[in-house]
Ligand binder design. Structure first.
Ligand code: SF4
Ligand code: SF4
Length: 103
């Protein structure tokens, strides 16, 4: 099952995940990243690269995060995102968000 970016990525956008993805299936808006479910090859590399634990295999999503499967599918295929294939600086809010998460 494809991997899914969830709430912890909002206001972070560390983009470590982009560096390790072998098929460049990440898409971004101003707030966070999303994984294209038909392009993800389920390798799992991004799950361990994310410093804020935002990425899950779809099968492992906790109940409170399961709505993120549809959000990733809708956003990654929509018109208001850009294909992101190289890492970028995290958002200015990233350090504070990471600290709030206790990570
Ligand atoms: S590494 Fe994590 S926080 Fe950073 S962009 Fe990827 S999913 Fe978002
Ligand atoms: S599981 Fe692999 S292919 Fe899918 S988004 Fe993560 S790094 Fe890319």
């Amino acid at each position: 099952m494809p991997y899914v970016v969830t709430e912890n990525c909002v206001d972070c956008r560390y983009t470590d995940c982009v560096e390790v993805c072998p098929v460049d299936c990440f898409y971004a808006d101003a707030k966070q990243l999303y994984i294209h479910p038909d392009e993800c090859i389920d390798c799992g590399a991004c799950e361990f690269a994310c410093p804020v634990k935002a990425i899950y295999n779809e099968d492992d999503l906790p109940a409170e995060l399961q709505h993120w499967t549809k959000i990733n599918a809708d956003k990654s295929t929509g018109s208001d995102v850009s294909h992101i294939t190289d890492s970028e600086d995290p958002l200015p809010t990233a350090a504070a968000k990471k600290a709030r998460l206790g990570l």
